[in-house]
Design a protein around this ligand. Structure first.
Ligand code: 13P
Length: 263
């Protein structure tokens, strides 16, 4: 088995929280807090996903203060440009120097009827503009009961990779829908089982080299107190954090998970 050279990624999905002024204050404080704590950004990457209206402010701050933080959009259009009211293209995100973009979050799939085909088209659109898609997959409580833990996330991932070749830089986020915002996180064992199945899928579809280098995150009620358990698992390479990413102390403690696992 290949040596794991994957740099952990802790990503904060702000969802529809914090306007652009709040975002500036928050990102500044987060960067200071992590710097004060001696965080090594090369050993664990940190990214934030603010609402679209915050991105220009975050870009300006990160560039001016040379903050070692990555950022990205929470969604992207399948389209390049044109008559698509309310949509944001991958080109626009790339112009704001976003490195990443979340695609296929379960809230987009359920609240905006995003199908697997739409998710695949968004992944292709992001890659075309050199954005790293964070492809979100996960099963509902009903799926879990009917099909077991891995079937739905694996099928969603296969569908999302329809237009991806093996040169692509991607991240996968496993977020069981039943664990999101519920306070009921998956166990590290559960997360590992699905992450391992997702890595096998990556190997089947894109080859072993891509599978070995692709980071797989866990998301769903991640907190400072449970992050260490997930990060000890061999196939879990980070976390996609919702609620706890809005609290600087909590998010910093997740980012600094090495302290908890004694690495
Ligand atoms: O949806 C999530 C991140 O994308 C997870 O949200 P919570 O961390 O609030 O459960």
């Amino acid at each position: 088995m290949a040596v794991n050279t994957r740099v952990p990624l802790i990503a904060g999905n702000w969802k529809m929280n914090l306007d652009h002024l709040q975002a500036i204050a928050f990102v500044q404080k987060l960067a200071w807090s992590l710097k004060d704590a001696g965080h090594d950004f090369t050993s664990t990457e940190v990214a934030v996903f603010p609402p679209f209206t915050d991105l220009r402010s975050v870009q300006t701050l990160v560039a001016a203060d040379k903050l070692p933080l990555a950022y990205g959009g929470q969604d992207v259009s399948t389209q390049e440009s044109g008559a698509y009211t309310g949509e944001i293209s991958a080109a626009f995100l790339a112009a704001l120097e976003c490195q990443y973009v979340l695609i296929g979050h379960s809230e987009r799939r359920t609240l905006h009827n995003e199908t697997d085909e739409v998710v695949a088209a968004k992944v292709t659109a992001a890659l075309k503009h050199n954005l790293v898609p964070i492809i979100c997959v996960g099963e509902t409580a009903a799926d879990l009961e009917l099909h077991g833990p891995s079937a739905v996330p694996v099928a969603q991932l296969k569908a999302a990779l329809a237009g991806v070749d093996n040169a692509a830089d991607i991240v996968v986020a496993y977020e069981p829908v039943w664990a999101i915002g519920s306070g009921q996180a998956a166990t590290p064992d559960q997360a590992e089982q699905v992450a391992a199945a997702l890595r096998t899928t990556l190997a089947e579809v894109l080859g072993q080299d891509v599978a070995d280098k692709t980071r797989i995150l866990y998301g769903g009620s991640v907190k400072g107190v449970n992050i260490a358990g997930f990060m000890k698992e061999p196939n879990v390479d980070g976390a996609l954090v919702g609620g706890a990413s809005l609290d600087i102390t909590e998010f910093s403690s997740i980012v600094r998970f090495q302290k908890h696992v004694g690495l």
